[in-house]
Design a protein around this ligand. Structure first.
Ligand SMILES: C[S@@+](CC[C@H](N)C(=O)[O-])C[C@H]1O[C@@H](n2cnc3c(N)ncnc32)[C@H](O)[C@@H]1O
Length: 383
């Protein structure tokens, strides 16, 4: 599978703007000054180092600090500080819009807020995925001893943290545009700022045993390039898994009618994603993309998430109840930036629309659900 400890050290940070999130204050209160730098006490390990073999946090600015002091005496502590400051600013000078907070790094690239309300929605969704997969963090048959694991678009890092806890053998890296992960985590998980749409994610090629992607709908313009990156970074025989949801509510009994608020939600969301240039249909395209990219043993499983506890089945009722909470917590953040920035709606128009959505979500007579696709596949081992 992945390279052993003897392999060359992995350039954790390959781009000048990437940084270890552990060094940057996460989620400062909105009225607080942003602390420039905070050190994590957690040792971290690179893919390519052996499990348990701790390496110092290898952030872009720490590398620069060494380079500065070793190679260029003209650049003193002041320039190191200003470099660190601007790096922290680039990541934490958040955009505030309509009372919601958005990522700063690559401002505007992603439409979802990164504030407490949206992060709460992400953690509710994590519970829904666990309910759906009967407590499993993945379906890909990765074995009991994964080593190097990457979580792309890690969000609050909740999956990466749980995975690292379940697999002590693994060194897990989660990356995201937003530094919204906890600072104090187990030594075998580390978070970084990085952009999944960069032409090169910058990690060591052929190094990961498992790459995990979840809920990156509307986040990537060029999915074929994304899957090429995933394939290049996987070790031969390594597994890739992606879980995505449809944003189009439907029903089997005709209770989601043409022109209803759920019907409008699906159509408006797809239109907004298309206009944004990062469409929201990835859930139904993953398998085809994986096949085209050259993955093998590709498996797809499809699940339903009822919206509300209308299903008679006790398991589905439970999922529906959690999903109702998920939608109520999520809908403003899912739509506000896309509808105002991209479709040109006013804030008031969005709020009126969301009011109708909330009524729809609570209507027990409407048996709406949406689809969740789980797809996994393996990088071929050269014969
Ligand atoms: C819906 S959230 C899902 C978070 C996490 N995967 C989970 O399932 O809990 C999407 C995440 O992708 C991140 N994201 C969006 N575009 C990205 C990009 N180009 N590079 C890295 N992360 C990105 C967002 O910041 C957000 O945290």
């Amino acid at each position: 599978m992945a390279d052993s400890a003897e392999s060359a050290a992995v350039p954790i940070i390959s781009t000048s703007t990437s940084t270890s999130i552990a060094n940057v204050a996460a989620s400062p209160a909105e009225d607080e000054a942003i602390p420039v730098q905070r050190k994590s006490s957690s040792p971290v390990t690179d893919p390519g180092t052996s499990p348990g073999q701790a390496a110092p946090i290898n952030s872009a600015h720490e590398q620069s600090e060494q380079e500065d002091s070793d190679d260029d005496s003209a650049l003193g502590a002041g320039s190191i500080l200003s470099e660190t400051t601007s790096l922290a600013d680039e990541i934490t000078q958040y955009r505030y819009e309509h009372n919601r907070r958005y990522h700063a790094y690559k401002d505007g690239e992603y439409w979802g807020p990164n504030d407490d309300k949206q992060n709460n929605q992400l953690d509710i969704a994590h519970h829904l995925y666990l309910l759906t997969l009967e407590g499993r963090l993945h379906l890909a048959p990765i074995g009991d001893n994964p080593q190097n694991v990457l979580d792309v678009g890690t969000g609050t890092g909740i999956w990466a943290i749980d995975f690292a806890d379940q697999y002590p053998s693994a060194q897990v890296i989660g990356f995201d545009l937003s530094p919204i992960q906890p600072m104090w985590v187990a030594p075998n998980v580390r978070f970084e700022i990085n952009d999944a749409c960069d032409p090169d994610w910058g990690y060591k090629k052929n190094s990961f045993d498992f790459i995990h992607v979840r809920a990156m709908y509307g986040s990537v313009a060029d999915w074929p390039a994304f899957y090429r990156q995933a394939l290049a970074h996987l070790a031969p025989g390594g597994w890739f898994q992606q879980i995505e949801m449809s944003v189009v509510p439907t029903s089997d009994d005709g209770t989601v009618t043409e022109g209803s608020i759920f019907d409008m939600w699906g159509k408006i969301s797809l239109e907004a994603g298309d206009k944004f240039g990062k469409d929201l249909r990835i859930h139904e395209q993953i398998k085809g993309y994986l096949d085209d990219a050259g993955f093998e043993e590709v498996v797809e499983k499809v699940y339903k998430w009822p919206i509300g506890p209308w299903d008679e089945d006790i398991h589905m009722k439970q999922i529906g109840l959690w999903n109702q909470l998920h939608w109520e917590e999520g809908i403003e953040g899912w739509s506000l930036a896309l509808l105002t920035r991209v479709l040109g709606w006013s804030y008031t128009e969005v709020q009126a629309y969301l009011g109708k959505m909330r009524t729809g979500i609570r209507d027990r007579k409407v048996h709406a659900y949406h689809i969740i696709n789980v797809v996994y596949g393996r990088k071929p081992i050269p014969s």
